[in-house]
Design a protein. Structure first.
Length: 160
């Protein structure tokens, strides 16, 4: 009987020590892009009131857009957030003729701006196994767009 009790105590001790020293389980990557930014955060960066974020494609919860009432327009102010895989993030770093890729420090584990003439500038960010792209559009100079995208990216990262 004593040997069974001793064996049970050893098993319990191993389980407790193992559980206490196991690495923490990481949270699953976010799936709903609309949950990562608020109307107030977007409105502050765009300088106009926006509607609640909407999935650009109903079946794609990783893609969310915010725009003023009445919906987005071609040249209007808006923000689009796209959650993507780290593989897509890395592929996006590939040099392409006519598109400027600029590394950025101080945002996540890795980040870069992509600028294409006539298409604007957007920011891609990776933190661990989560990656996203944020694009702010409107009548802002490129330097302001970059600063505003960075601000929004840091707000997203604070939730991860």
């Amino acid at each position: 009987m004593r040997s069974k009790t001793t064996l049970a105590a050893i098993i319990v001790a191993i389980f407790v020590v193992g559980a206490a020293t196991a690495p923490p389980v990481s949270a699953a990557p976010p799936r709903d892009a609309c949950s990562l930014l608020t109307q107030a955060q977007i409105s502050a960066e765009l300088g106009v009131s926006v509607q609640a974020g909407e999935h650009v494609v109903a079946s794609a919860p990783g893609l969310c857009g915010w725009a003023p009432p009445g919906g987005p327009t071609i040249s209007g102010r808006k923000v689009v957030l796209n959650l993507k895989t780290t593989e897509a993030f890395n592929i996006g770093k590939t040099p392409i003729k006519g598109i400027i890729k600029t590394p950025v420090s101080g945002i996540g584990d890795d980040a870069y701006y992509t600028t294409a003439s006539g298409l604007g500038t957007n920011l891609s960010v990776r933190k661990g196994d989560v990656a996203f792209n944020i694009a702010l559009h409107g009548d802002f100079p490129v330097d302001q767009i970059k600063a505003k995208e960075k601000t929004l990216a840091l707000q997203i990262l604070s939730k991860l």
